[in-house]
Every structure is written in C-alpha cells, then in structure tokens.
Design a protein around this ligand. Sequence first.
Ligand code: GDP
Length: 318
Amino acid sequence: MILAQLPRFHLSILAKPSFALSSSHFNFLNPKSSVEVARTLFSFTSKSNLATVEPIPLSVSDSSDLDDAPFEISLDKLFIPPETDISGEDSTSLTARILKGSNIVLSKYARDAQVVQADYVKSSVKTEDCPADGLPEFALVGRSNVGKSSLLNSLVRRKRLALTSKKPGKTQCINHFRINDKWYLVDLPGYGYASAPHELKQDWNKFTKDYFLNRSTLVSVFLLVDASIPVKQIDLEYASWLGQNQVPMTLIFTKCDKRKKKKNGGKKPEENIKEFQDLIQGFFETTPPWIMTSSVTNQGRDEILLHMAQLRNYWLKH
Ligand code: GDP
C-alpha cells in the first residue's frame, strides 16, 4: 500500500493570512484527545474560503528566539492523508488541523497515539528473519550521528531502549521494538560512517534496500535528517532512492533546537529544511510528510506519534 501515491486535494495560492499555527489545543497524551481530534475533523461544514488565505504561516519552533518568525507553507506542499477532505474548511480550521512544526494534516485515523509499552524483540540480518506476526511497522533510518537513538528513546520515553541496537553485532541489524503489543518501531543501521570500508557501505545499502522493497508490513520509512547542518549529498541520495522506488517516506528533521551557529554554515534549521525539500521535490509526485524534532526539547515527539497512528490505523483498515 503506497500512501504517497493516493489522490490528494490541492488548492491554489493567493494571499497571506495573518494568523499562526497552533496545535496546542490537542492534548496528545490524553486518551480522549484522539476522539476529540476525530470529532473536530468532521465538524466543518462551511464552504471553503481557502482560495483567499494562502500560503499558511506555520509556527514551527518552540524556541523564543526573536529571529523565529513563523514560516509559510503553501497548500500544495501539505501532506493530506488519504480519505481526508479539507475542501470544507477555512484557513483557521485548517491551520488547527496541521501538526505543529510539520506539513501534516490530521485525519480521522489519528487516534491511539500513546506509547504505554515498548519491548525489544529481536535483531535480524535478513528481511525474511523479521517478525512474522503481520503487525504494522515504521523504520527509522539516517546517517550515523543524526540522533536516531535519541529520537527512539524519546518516542518510547525510555532513556536507554535504543542502546540495544548499539550493542556490538547489532548495529548492522534490523532491530525490532514492539510497541503496545500492536506495532513495531524498527531501528535500521545508520549509513555514511566516514571510516567504513567501501564494500561494507555497499553491503548496508543492499541489506536495507531489500528490507525497504520486500517488507510487506512496512507502513512508512522515517528518514532522519540533521537540520542543524547544511544539506548532505548522502541524505539527498537516500531520499531520492526512496522516492524513485515509491517507498512511503516521512522526513524527520532532527536537532531543531540547535540555532544557527557559524560552524553550521550560519543557517537556521528552517533554512536547511527548505533547501533539502527543494532539492528532493523532483523525486516525489507529491510532497512527502515532514516533521521538525528535537530530542533535547521533545519538540515533534507527540506529532510523530500522531502521524504514525494515523498512517497505521489507515493501513490496518485497508
Ligand atoms: P545516532 O548515531 O543517530 O543514534 O545518534 P545519537 O542519538 O547517538 O546522537 C548523536 C549525538 O547527537 C549525541 O551527542 C546526541 O546527544 C546528539 N543529539 C541527538 N539528538 C539531538 C537533538 O535533538 N538536539 C541536540 N542538540 N543534540 C542531539
């Protein structure tokens, strides 16, 4: 099932509105919140007036930095999940439906997002050896040092769960963690180790590519990209390979708490993120979902879990 290929609803860009996005009224950790979200999503019946209120300025950062003006996103760059209709909404209601620091619109499938249990299950060296119970899964992948272990620990609220995948012998494995006994988070080998011999790097490619192409329960790859440094060629290559092979992908921009440092090229995370997206856009029919995160401030944590929940619940129903 290729979510990225499903039909989307697009509206044209005309003028700027004068509001900023806030999703703060959604309580992601309250079990009832998903129900509230689902109800909210279907309560808009007025005719769309979006044609006069684009692009949408998004408040993307938790930082109080005065430089952090909200940045804008056009409607054709939103990720609108399947079976989601935004045509009946005005700009205020649509803004409230977009996950903070992302381009992702919430759908009726956004429920059961909390993590109450997380268990390491196994490390596999081949796709065929992965768990065979048919539960949906999300694979985390990224350049070494991108912050993958920190993000995994932050998602499950455990300080050291991801240490399991860092143990000798497991760094080159497909590591499965079962969440709530209902779905898997999968930690894949990091790529781009400067010191790794060429043949080993190629092997990792073959190994993970086979997983991406043949794992039938893979709902989406979560490709982690460090937003605190300028765009890296190897990340562009990874993203474009996923796009060209129509593997569903969500971009997770990490380390968004790190504000423009001289040694990072003087650019803010938002600027690096925009550049990355401009460079990969040719490889995707529609804009992939993306989320800004920080494992230091926990920015994006609840948003990732809600996004995973809506992809997962849709996948389970189809
Ligand atoms: P991995 O190799 O991809 O698993 O990366 P780690 O999770 O081990 O993180 C690599 C380094 O980046 C460590 O020094 C972390 O403390 C740091 N780091 C990870 N996430 C963040 C983040 O969100 N913000 C900041 N400022 N540093 C981070």
